[in-house]
Design a protein around this ligand. Structure first.
Ligand code: AMP
Length: 190
């Protein structure tokens, strides 16, 4: 069983890589963004609470996402190993995840930062907005700026959190998708 975290700014390719790992290594992708969008689409009270925050490009509160992940981790399909995509996004979430993992008797095998050239990211995300079948309201130039600044202010501090513990590994996210996937598989020893 392998549990890993993919970290990187919006457009770094976390979702793409998570889906590849899910398919090839039989791991379960856990994307908090997808889970929150599902709540919005289903019109649940939680969906209503987060809709405007997500549309603005800001992060939803730690309590909400930690609760979602805690419940999701208790489901049987997570026993095959999990790829965290878009979680944790704050130091508080990283600490909560460490506790959850210890409490469940599990191990975090790898924390992988997908390193990208941010000047080129904007183009990548906007291309996703134009080509994707499912439109995301937050793939818009102004909201993207806000998402990037949330990444720098709130998510980037988790890098030193994992780095000081010697847990952080990096891959070059500007390489072709297959090459990035093979770098990740090498880190995982697969
Ligand atoms: P993503 O699909 O990962 O880009 O997430 C889309 C949006 O969902 C983010 O811009 C946030 O508003 C929200 N979101 C997703 N994951 C988290 C998280 N771990 N913490 C806070 N907000 C999140």
């Amino acid at each position: 069983m392998i549990n890993l975290i993919l970290i990187g700014p919006p457009g770094a390719g976390k979702g793409t890589q998570a889906r590849i790992l899910e398919e090839r290594l039989g791991l379960q992708q856990l994307s908090t963004g997808d889970m929150l969008r599902a709540e919005i689409d289903a019109g649940t009270p939680l969906g209503l609470r987060v809709k405007d925050i997500m549309a603005s490009g800001a992060l939803v509160s730690d309590d909400i996402v930690i609760d979602i992940i805690r419940k999701r981790m208790a489901e049987p399909d997570c026993a095959k190993g999990v790829i965290f995509d878009g979680f944790p996004r704050t130091v508080a979430q990283a600490r909560a995840l460490d506790e959850m993992i210890i409490d469940a008797g599990l191990k975090l095998n790898a924390v992988i930062q997908i390193v990208v050239d941010e000047a080129k990211l904007i183009g990548r995300v906007l291309e996703r907005a134009n080509t994707s079948a499912e439109k995301r309201p937050d793939d818009d130039p102004d909201v993207l700026k806000k998402r990037l600044s949330a990444y720098h202010a709130q998510t980037a501090p988790i890098l030193p959190y994992y780095e000081t513990a010697g847990r952080l590994q990096k891959v070059d996210g500007m390489q072709p998708i297959e090459f990035v996937a093979s770098q990740i598989k090498t880190i995982l020893g697969r």
